[in-house]
Ligand binder design. Structure first.
Ligand code: ADP
Ligand code: MG
Length: 439
């Protein structure tokens, strides 16, 4: 086959693959090249390891189907790195063990008030390993960008200094590897692997809870790295002191450097994120559509992305342009609770009606059980169902401070777990709240 012909076929395959799996389309697909196409095999050339990994993990099926549909033959597809002489494009080949997601870079991260500190500290650390904040501890609820930021740090370090040795893994992976090392009697190998790096980046360290032996090992790893001025970056779903049964000495070490909280994004940040995500996928969406999606979805950024994917999929399967009407149709299927806006007032209304108490009582200083419990339930549900901060919730309930609200949330959450009656009550209230008609 002539080179020209191969390229044309590949262009058709690429178009078909995009149509088959719109969710995973990326702007950079257009830079992929064909390294080999013949004898039932197609090899696609990629600029770096992260791209290869992304395509293997997410796109192998759609590319294989596309190749088979376009050529009419059974074809196996694989992806590999071809060298590019593109200036400014970093080589990612020197650290083959490091799996980085090509989307998760600083460029693709939208900075807003909710994540400014986390972002700035990650940028600072990536420019000077071990010298600024050590350890750096990021925490926040699921889907707010912690993993994204950790990838971005690793990616940036690699661009600045590709000799730096980085270990980046989930805490679960760390624990599993530790267990395997013990089983195979190769603890020394495990230790040298983790204690000789320039940066150790561990995602979701709350996974250490109740794993005493792993905590012990992690403690020594931490000390070895820290004493040698090596960088440690950690993420978790709660601050160090709130991770259940985490040893005191680890809590204290995690607090030595900078602990940065990531909050749910504001409306403006959500709009910017939708636009950024659309851009990464090579989609153009009007501002009003980004605003519509950001208004409908506020729970977590993963859901925001899911909404965009749904929209893209509906557009490409129906062949319709992406309009606000299409967005409204595409998002009709969104679950009510995540799609509709719930205010603290909605919550207070349902809770006061259920307990037959007045709002003024909830806002008063009264501390009798008959008032305290509904008040705490309001706080808990507001935390769960709205994106208001602890301060804002406290403000609605008689100007209580954030520690009071946090205490209430923990208490009710604990009761929800341990007391079936409370569990049922909260489920019933939630149902009523999410059914309150809004204007
Ligand atoms: P976490 O690790 O906190 O659960 P992730 O890092 O996995 O969250 O983020 C979930 C999704 O949201 C990812 O696709 C990520 O790219 C995206 N995301 C989160 N925050 C931002 C942001 N500020 N800008 C752009 N994308 C974001
Ligand atoms: Mg994560």
């Amino acid at each position: 086959m002539a080179a020209r012909e191969v390229e044309d076929i590949f262009a058709d395959i690429l178009d078909r693959a995009k149509a088959l799996d719109p969710a995973n389309v990326r702007r950079w697909f257009d830079n992929l090249t064909v390294s080999h196409l013949s004898g039932g095999s197609l090899e696609i050339g990629c600029p770096d390891e992260a791209t290869v990994q992304f395509l293997r993990d997410n796109c192998k099926k759609s590319f294989t189907r596309a190749a088979q549909q376009i050529t009419g033959h059974l074809i196996t597809v694989d992806f590999n790195i071809v060298s590019t002489d593109e200036p400014g494009r970093p080589s990612q080949r020197r650290l083959p063990g490091l799996k980085l997601h090509p989307d998760y870079t600083f460029d693709n991260f939208v900075v807003g008030p909710s994540n400014r500190l986390g972002h700035a500290s990650c940028v600072a650390v990536s420019h000077s390993l071990g010298n600024t904040y050590n350890p750096l501890f990021l925490y926040g609820s699921s889907g707010l960008g912690k993993t994204h930021l950790l990838h971005a740090v690793c990616c940036e370090v690699r661009q600045e200094c590709d000799r730096a040795v980085i270990q980046f893994l989930s805490c679960e992976d760390f624990v599993n590897r530790f267990i395997r090392a013990i089983e195979t009697g190769n603890l020394a190998g495990f230790q040298s692997q983790f204690r000789t790096v320039d940066a150790l980046v561990i995602d979701d360290v709350q996974f250490l809870r109740e794993r005493e032996q792993s905590q012990e090992e992690f403690f020594h790893t931490f000390n070895a790295l820290y004493n040698n001025g090596k960088q440690i970056i950690l993420s978790a779903d709660s601050p160090p002191g709130k991770i259940p049964s985490l040893e005191e000495r680890l809590i204290s070490r995690f607090n030595w450097g900078l602990v940065a909280r990531i909050d749910p994004p504001s409306y403006e940040t959500r709009v910017a994120i939708v636009q950024k995500k659309a851009h990464i996928r090579g989609m153009n969406i009007a501002d009003e559509i980004a605003e519509y999606i950001a208004h409908k979805v506020h729970a977590n950024i993963r859901e925001l992305e899911g909404a965009l994917t749904t929209l893209y999929a509906v557009a490409s399967t129906t062949g319709k342009p992406i309009t606000l009407e299409l967005a409204q149709i595409a998002m009709e299927g969104q679950s009510e609770s995540s799609a509709r806006y719930i205010s603290i007032t909605d919550i207070i209304e349902v809770v006061t009606r259920h307990f037959d108490v007045r709002l003024a009582d909830l806002q008063s200083k009264k501390r009798s059980q008959s008032i305290t419990m509904p008040r705490q339930i309001c706080m808990y549900l507001a935390r769960k169902l709205t994106k208001h901060s602890l301060e804002e919730i406290g403000g609605h309930l008689g100007g209580r401070d954030h520690t009071t609200v946090m205490h209430a949330c923990n208490k009710i959450s604990e009761a929800e777990r341990s007391d079936p009656q409370m569990h049922t009550l909260l489920a019933e209230l939630t149902k009523q709240i999410t059914q309150v008609p809004t204007a």
